[in-house]
Write a protein that binds this ligand. Sequence first.
Ligand code: SF4
Length: 363
Amino acid sequence: MEKVSFISNNPEDLLNLRSSLLTWFKIHKRNLPWRSNPNLYKTVLSEFMLQQTRIETALPYFYRWTESFPDFKALAEANLDSVLKHWEGLGYYNRARNLHKVAQYITQSGKIPSSFEEWKKLPGIGDYTAAAISSIEQNLSVAVVDGNVVRVLARLTNQENTFKGNSDAVNFFRPLANKLIDQNSPGDFNQAMMELGATLCQKAKPQCQKCPLIKHCKGLKFHAKNIKYLPRIKRTQKEKITLERAIVFKRSSILLHKINSDSKRLRDHYEIPLMELIDGSFSTKKLKPITRGRRAISNQSIEENWYKIEKSFVNPHLLTQENGFYWVDLKKIDSILLTGPHRRWLKNLLKIQNAKEVDLINN
Ligand code: SF4
């Protein structure tokens, strides 16, 4: 693929583009809690939370987190269970574990990384996060390139080639992003590019008439009616998976399975057990699920069917703590680490049960 050339090599055009974008950002930037009284801790925390997560989803977590762990020291001293509990529902739990390690490193060593490369040596910090932290907090000129920035740059430069995937596109546009960055305000410039992609240069409905870069935008000039098709990135089909799970009650307790500590993503979380774990020979052919849920993780689309199984049908020899099984009182569900979708679906199920006055538990 050919290297991308910018609209203009005229330095005045570049100056104009930077200043238009920065002025727009100053006026229109969203009011976000990590932008008011910013500090390194808030920036690091927000960047960890925003990996794979939308701002609207992360906001309540950010508020709750900073109340419990207001700085690196408080986070470093917290125990991991409490840290994971505060992250519950945000998914990709390694982010919480790594953030905890970063806080411990900074607190114990008393050192703060001072370059993009040094940030990248800390756990959970890759190109994107290292560029965001070092530019926003340390004024270093390293461009952030995420999906929003790729979209803006592909449209600005009218890049019509098809990329093999997101990382292919990110690598392609990184040199251009580094050329464009404003050396005096790299942090604001990076945030402005991402903000433009998130709020005006949106995927399906770009609001070009409000865009501060409209006069620089080559894509709009050539494809005014179908600009939304840029960038062209091949999408891999998500693999479809169906899981069958067993809802088993014993008086006011529910049977849960603790996820093996080898699991990277959900280590030490509880979940509704898979049918095959309670008894491999159990057939669900004649059963009707009492609830269904759908969720997606990276390249998988997962459908879950939950079946109510009588305790008497379950092989009691299998249900030991060595096998990861626990009876948990329903009143204590809020205090344990349950996977996000399972907490939501279980709560809904119990709500329906109460509303219909059906006794799921003792039926
Ligand atoms: S003019 Fe439209 S397509 Fe071009 S960068 Fe702005 S919002 Fe995106």
